[in-house]
Design a protein around this ligand. Structure first.
Ligand code: BGC
Length: 539
């Protein structure tokens, strides 16, 4: 057994036992218990005891801090609290936010649990019940820089739907034209037929506007939802995420639905060469320039990562070419925690978000991280503190009390203020109808934003460090995209710091911002898929 495999298996055994210890069996299935029975090594058990004890201690500390605040809130009326000094209010804010801070032990514990879940997704026996599905993408080749040609790309699954025309040229050069189309709310939760008809219509309009209406071009479809892929051009939707819920698509082949919609129109012709996740596109677009790029990460509306795995680890992949040693895995780690594995760090605010979401009980990890939820998390903390009289003298506003109206971009804006300066913060508060904020209020609002975004960065870092340690390569570049990573002023640095703490000694890594992975990456996957054809002059 090789070193990495041995190490990883030990971690899994440790982890299985830990999970059972924490949950008393709640939410876990038979496979976890089998894991415990197999977890034998003494050193592993010792480590288990230490880590579990540490994690329990830190959880207890956080609970105590919350209880202390609750006692204060319970014994003082909002009017009394409003009269406290700025320092006392700030102390209460810090105490209540304690539950949002992850201790080093908790982050370490998370790494073990994520590894355990990844392994469950990869293994044939455990895959059906796994939360982190680790879907095979069928991508085995990274771009080599020789990809050329004109491609169409569709990008569905972020904030916007886009159609793109990409011309890959020599010397890592490319031209790209794109157009954003709105997906109205009624289509996001309407029927699948409506959705795909809308996509086909946008594609046809785009092709007409860009003078390629009569051409038959290869197309890469970035479809950023959990997809059970059966090949590079076939994938069944597992479940919708991020506010989409179109009827009749789950368990259907999304490529076929697209082709059907195009055929119903009968006006344009395309070759769907690949369907891919946005994490795959991100990885591919970075790998085009940097051959060490082996992980793709999105921290945007949703959160997810993909990575290059050794073929023998991906038990669901029926390899066809023995010369190819790796395959790209779409982890779909947004669903991590759906079985209770994150309960030891979830807060009342996370539970509130979940209960009021379109998909309760699903995408637990994603709901603690991504842009679709980050602003709302902050809003919930603000509401609680305002109602308690700690913030804004207890005076709220209609906007503050309305779900979804504290946008995630506000978090980035507030944290972009220089220390001690609250210019952006005041602008945001004004938009919320909160005009009587003191400097103390602003400092507290900023602190709340920092706690929520730092927790998100640390959760993502735990995931990335786990992947880096699992891959066990000397150098890894992580291709990253998504609005939170791109626009939050500290997310990158928070991640670099935390990942450095968590990876094995001797491994180096860097985070590379992807240039439009969902668009260019889609063209690259399509291009790599037909690279041989292009080189042979068949296309
Ligand atoms: C989806 C993933 C996607 C991620 C980022 C998640 O909600 O399930 O497929 O990669 O969002 O867009």
């Amino acid at each position: 057994m090789d070193r990495e495999l041995n190490g990883a298996m030990r971690s899994v055994s440790i982890n299985s036992a830990q999970l059972n210890g924490h949950n008393n069996g709640g939410g876990l299935d038979e496979t976890d218990r089998v894991g415990v029975a197999q977890g034998a090594a003494l050193s592993a058990t010792e480590k288990l005891t230490t880590t579990t004890a540490a994690a329990t201690k830190s959880t207890t500390a956080a609970t105590n801090a919350t209880t202390a605040t609750t006692t204060n809130l319970a014994t003082h009326s909002p009017q009394q609290i409003a009269l406290l000094s700025a320092a006392e209010k700030s102390k209460m804010v810090h105490e209540l936010c304690q539950q949002l801070l992850l201790t080093d032990e908790q982050v370490e514990e998370l790494c073990y649990r994520i590894l355990h879940e990844l392994r469950r997704g990869l293994a044939k026996d455990t895959h059906p019940k796994a939360n982190v599905k680790c879907f095979v993408t069928y991508v085995q080749d990274l771009p080599n820089g020789n990809e050329r040609g004109k491609f169409l790309a569709l990008d569905l699954g972020g904030t916007n739907f886009r159609v793109l025309l990409i011309h890959l040229q020599e010397n890592n050069d490319f031209q790209m034209e794109s157009r954003i189309y709105a997906i109205p709310q009624h289509i996001m939760i309407g029927s699948g037929t409506q959705l795909f008809d809308h996509i086909a219509e946008c594609l046809s309009n785009f092709m007409a506007e860009h003078n390629v209406y009569k051409e038959r071009l290869p197309l890469g479809f970035t479809f950023s939802f959990p997809l059970r892929q059966l090949g590079l051009t076939k994938g069944l939707l597992e479940t919708w995420t991020k506010g989409f819920n179109c009827a009749g698509v789950v368990n259907e082949d999304v490529v076929q639905l697209l082709k059907d919609a195009i055929a119903r129109r009968g006006d344009v012709q395309i070759d769907v060469c690949a369907i891919l996740n946005d994490t795959t596109g991100t990885l591919m677009s970075c790998a085009w320039k940097n051959h060490n790029c082996k992980i793709g990460l999105i921290v945007g509306t949703g959160a997810n990562a993909c990575y290059m795995e050794r073929v023998e680890e991906a038990e669901l992949f029926a390899a066809e070419d023995p010369r190819k040693k790796h395959v790209l895995i779409n982890t779909e780690w947004g669903a991590f925690g759906d079985n209770g594995a994150l309960d030891f760090v979830r807060t009342e605010f996370d539970r509130d978000i979940d209960v009021h979401s379109i998909n309760p009980g699903k995408q637990t990890f994603e709901k603690m991280i991504s842009g679709m939820y980050m602003g709302e998390l902050v809003r919930l903390v603000l509401v609680k503190m305002t109602q308690a009289g700690i913030l804004f003298n207890g005076q709220d506003s209609e906007v503050l009390n309305t779900r979804g109206l504290f946008f995630t971009k506000y978090v980035s804006e507030i944290e972009a203020d220089e220390p001690g300066n609250f210019t952006n913060c005041r602008l945001v508060l004004e938009e919320l109808g909160l005009t009587n904020a003191t400097d103390g209020d602003c400092a507290n609002v900023r602190y709340i934003c920092e706690c929520v975004s730092k927790r998100a960065a640390h959760l993502v870092s735990a995931g990335i460090a786990t992947l880096i340690n699992k891959m066990d390569e000397p150098t890894v570049t992580v291709g990253v995209d998504g609005s939170v990573y791109r626009f939050h002023p500290k997310f990158h640095n928070l991640m670099v710091e935390k990942i450095s703490q968590l990876i094995k000694p001797g491994i180096t890594f860097d985070l590379m911002l992807s240039e439009d992975g969902s668009g260019r990456g889609a063209a690259l996957v399509a291009a790599v898929a037909c690279r041989e054809d292009i080189l042979n002059g068949k296309k």
